[in-house]
Design a binder for this molecule. Structure first.
Ligand code: SF4
Length: 314
């Protein structure tokens, strides 16, 4: 009997293969498999929680999980979008699990996190895009983990009216939505998304609650130029975004968007300098930067930068 496994990315099955280039030495990471790494993995399994660390095949998983930092991915393991860069499985997702917010809250407690990043798949199948579930998760985490700060990395809620307001009302400490790439690459990289919708979402978060830190991330190496990236930085500052992350795109499989090139560490340092000169409160730009990498330290730096900016204005 032949067992037919459902392809992880059915929308990419017919795409021509693109050879995956060898990674330069500054991207390669040593495998870290400490006792804490296995403990983090066991906790996620025991609480039936998915993580973007595993689903996106993140290169930093050894380091993060060894510090018990896992980024939980809620609303299932199947995404309704088919972004060409992303390794998360696509297709028709299951119904939401009403007990998931509670399990996330318990896991955060057991991990002992001071700052947690919670992300999700896109749920275009739901009337509110999953906004109420995200808000419930924020509240559940707060309820069980006093003092823990909460960062959410959300979908764009495209076509869902004012659904994002439900998330803003739950007042996450950080509202993160990644632009991912420059506008002219959206049709190939994020075909289901719209650049200006994503930008407006970030602006809306800040307008809804100026206390919320806003954050966005970009990948480079997809085919953008330095000028393209500078323009996105200007757009993000116009939307009052506080924190920018920039990292190198890594191609998950031969069916994913081909890597255009690897930006060097010196180019990342240049990106960081440019972004800081444009007025972001905080910037992280290194080849291995990911939205949730070192998120707790970055949150502390972000708070300090805001206090400093307020003091300078006084
Ligand atoms: S960088 Fe983020 S996604 Fe990657 S392993 Fe660390 S916490 Fe997980």
């Amino acid at each position: 009997m032949t067992i037919q496994l459902r392809p992880r990315h059915p929308e990419k099955a017919r795409k021509a293969d693109s050879a995956i280039p060898r990674k330069p030495h500054w991207i390669r990471r040593k495998k870290v498999e400490s006792a804490e790494y296995y403990e983090t993995r066991r906790l996620m399994r025991d609480h039936n929680l998915a993580t973007v660390c595993e689903e996106a095949a993140c290169p930093n998983i050894g380091e993060c999980w060894s510090k018990r930092h896992a980024t939980m991915m809620i609303m299932g393991e199947v995404c309704t979008r088919g972004c060409s860069f992303c390794n998360v499985a696509t297709g028709r997702p299951d119904a939401l699990d009403a007990f998931e917010p509670g399990r996330v809250a318990v896991a955060v407690k057991k991990l002992g996190l001071r700052h947690v990043v919670i992300t999700s798949v896109d749920r275009d199948d739901l009337a509110d895009g999953g906004a109420a579930h995200i808000a419930q998760t924020i509240r559940a985490v707060r309820h069980q983990n006093q003092g823990t700060t909460v960062e959410v990395l959300t979908p764009d809620f495209l076509g869902k009216g004012n659904a994002a307001d439900i998330v803003f009302e739950a007042a996450p400490d950080v509202f993160n939505h990644n632009l991912e790439t420059v506008p002219h690459l959206y049709p190939t990289v994020r075909p289901g998304a719209r650049y200006y919708t994503s930008l407006r979402l970030l602006h809306d978060a800040k307008r809804a609650n100026p206390e919320i830190f806003t954050k966005s991330g970009l990948m480079v190496g997809l085919g953008e130029t330095l000028n393209d990236v500078k323009q996105v930085m200007d757009d993000l500052r116009a939307a009052q975004v506080d924190f920018l992350t920039v990292g190198q795109y890594l191609q998950p499989t031969a069916k994913h968007h081909p890597i255009d090139r690897f930006w060097s560490p010196e180019e990342f340092a240049q990106l960081e300098r440019i972004a800081r000169s444009k007025g972001f409160l905080h910037v992280s730009a290194t080849p291995l930067t990911r939205s949730s990498f070192h998120a707790d330290e970055d949150f502390a730096a972000l708070k300090q930068a805001r206090q400093q900016a307020l003091a300078n204005r006084a």
